[in-house]
Ligand binder design. Structure first.
Ligand SMILES: NC(=O)C1=CN([C@@H]2O[C@H](COP(=O)(O)OP(=O)(O)OC[C@H]3O[C@@H](n4cnc5c(N)ncnc54)[C@H](O)[C@@H]3O)[C@@H](O)[C@H]2O)[C@@H](O)CC1
Ligand SMILES: Nc1ncnc2c1ncn2[C@@H]1O[C@H](COP(=O)(O)OP(=O)(O)O)[C@@H](O)[C@H]1O
Ligand SMILES: [K+]
Length: 486
């Protein structure tokens, strides 16, 4: 697992380090890191370094300073460097002077910048970093667009400009980077807008001891592998935790089949199904014990409730029954809507460990969703007294005690109908196995996204669409791949 820190926390951690290091040393270290990655990228893409063309888009602040110093390092290796100064009178003086000493070319007119970008092998985006406010100004936007149009790869310095470093929200004209080099600590943008950043390289500038506990955690395969439930020699089908699935309806039997099948594939042990899609579930999954109602289901250690359930009185009654069982509950889809509609159900949900898994629309029914998705999820979890998993390309899991994790999906193939039902089955099975809701949500999100990648064939090539039933089918391969990281 690794941590992510807010721009404000990184700035605060920089202060004492800046104070005890010689002036400019930190920036030089950052710039050398950028240059190293830029050189590797030039070599990989063009087969060489000397004479290759790099354009540095340099803004007014320290991010621009990093870029100019990186340009200096690249000049020393024989790269043809052109710096485009976006605020010529505010360009970082030492960086600009260093680039000048190495005979780097400097332009200030946007149109000259655009023609340099058109002919470049690589563009360094040093327009703005953590000091960014709002979208890009017109000149910067024109240059970012020129790089995109000319299909010149962009290496983002610290953060892709035009994307909010804290929320990951991108302005229309924001930079789309092929890679990013960041300094001291990863920032939220790197996991909330991962597709805009490309692979992120972290350069150590000695902030480690100054950073507070990370406000955001990102799980890796080994973390999930260490917690994924596997049977031991003395286990039987009951000891591993039985999950009950209260989902599906006459109109939506498919949700029941997707959720309960996913639960059966996620852990060993046993799955019970309760609801009006019992015949369909039995037909698809003969190993699942299916009954018509929650009352008849027999003992379970956790419930999944909501996918395809319906939001009528019968649905509300099912949710109430499940919440009253005093067991961990995964509430998805219609159960989220019902929680939004009924204050008394929200009160009951406080009394038992609940993992609620809304997409953005459903989230809006239980809490306010702002551009700051992490903050919204954290507040909702604290206010409602339950763990919130907010779905999206970056999935956020926030516990009422303040723990937050983000899982950036490696692809967008999960954007397909029914994939959420699969997630609910996986996470519910993990709750039944005894994981706390935060861990269950985080582990399920990682394996679910991996299953989509595998199902889509995206690990071997560009991939193809994957329906939810194939995401479900790829769960065993995803679990095996993750467990190999042990
Ligand atoms: N202090 C240091 O020595 C270090 C600083 N670092 C770099 O410094 C950056 C932060 O520097 P700053 O605090 O100077 O801030 P930035 O350079 O990120 O941005 C602030 C400057 O950009 C301008 N600006 C803000 N929003 C803009 C927009 N939307 N469009 C165009 N221009 C805009 C502002 O007028 C201001 O001059 C980090 O991202 C990192 O790259 C790293 O080099 C590590 C060491
Ligand atoms: N663009 C995307 N990139 C990656 N994952 C996505 C994207 N859009 C949706 N997902 C994931 O797909 C799943 C969709 O769930 P949900 O919206 O409940 O769908 P459904 O109700 O059809 O099952 C969630 O796990 C979500 O995180
Ligand atoms: K930048």
């Amino acid at each position: 697992m690794y941590g992510v820190w807010t721009p404000e926390q990184v700035r605060a951690a920089e202060e004492p380090v800046l104070a005890r290091t010689p002036e400019g040393a930190l920036m030089r270290r950052a710039a050398r890191g950028v240059a190293q990655v830029a050189l590797a990228e030039l070599e990989r893409r063009t087969g060489g370094i000397a004479g290759r063309r790099v354009v540095v888009l340099a803004g007014a602040g320290n991010n621009g300073g990093d870029g100019l110093w990186a340009g200096y390092e690249l000049r020393r290796r024989g790269v043809a460097v052109t710096a485009v100064l976006l605020s010529p009178d505010k360009a970082h003086p030492a960086g600009l002077a260093a680039l000048g000493r190495q005979k780097g070319r400097v332009v200030t007119a946007v149109e000259h910048g655009v023609s340099a970008v058109d002919r470049a092998d690589l563009v360094l985006d040093a327009i703005v970093g953590t000091g960014a406010r709002g979208g890009l100004r017109p000149g910067a936007a024109t240059l970012a667009a020129a790089a995109a149009t000319a299909r010149v790869p962009v290496l983002a310095v610290d953060t892709p400009s035009g994307v909010d470093p804290l929320t990951g929200v991108a302005a229309d004209e924001a930079v789309r980077a092929a890679r990013t080099v960041t300094f001291g600590a990863r920032k939220p943008v790197h996991v909330l807008a991962a597709p805009r950043c490309g692979p992120v390289t972290l350069v150590d500038i000695g902030l480690g001891p100054e950073l507070p506990p990370a406000p955001i955690t990102v799980l890796e395969d080994a973390d999930v592998a260490a917690r994924w439930p596997v049977p031991g020699p003395f286990d039987d089908k009951y000891t591993q935790g039985v999950v009950g699935i209260a989902a599906g309806s006459r109109t939506y039997p498919g949700a029941a089949v997707l959720a309960s099948g996913a639960a059966a594939l996620a852990t060993s042990g046993m799955v019970r199904y309760a609801g009006s899609a019992a015949d369909e579930v039995r037909a698809a999954w003969p190993e699942i014990v299916a009954t018509d109602t929650v009352g008849e289901a027999g003992r379970v250690q956790a419930w999944v409730v909501g996918p395809g359930l319906g939001t009528d009185d019968a649905g509300a009654q099912t949710l109430a029954d499940v919440l009253d069982a005093g067991l961990p509950v995964l509430a998805d889809a219609d159960a989220v809507t019902l929680l939004g509609q009924h204050a008394e159900l929200r009160e009951r949900a406080r009394e038992t460990p609940v993992l609620v898994t809304p997409h953005a629309g459903e989230f809006g029914r239980i809490a306010e969703l702002t551009d700051d998705r992490v903050d919204s999820a954290r507040r909702a979890a604290a206010d409602l007294g339950l763990t919130v998993l907010l779905k999206g390309n970056a999935t956020i899991v926030a516990a009422p005690d303040g723990r937050v994790l983000v899982h950036p999906a490696g692809s967008a193939w999960l954007a397909t109908a029914g994939s959420g039902d699969v997630l609910s089955g996986v996470a519910g099975a993990l709750l039944a196995a005894g994981l706390d809701p935060w861990w269950a949500g985080g582990c399920a999100a990682l394996v679910h996204a991996r299953a989509a990648e595998i199902g889509a064939g995206a690990q071997e090539g560009p991939g193809s669409p994957v329906p939810a039933s194939h995401v479900q089918r790829a769960l065993p391969a995803a679990i095996r791949q993750v467990r190999e990281a042990r």
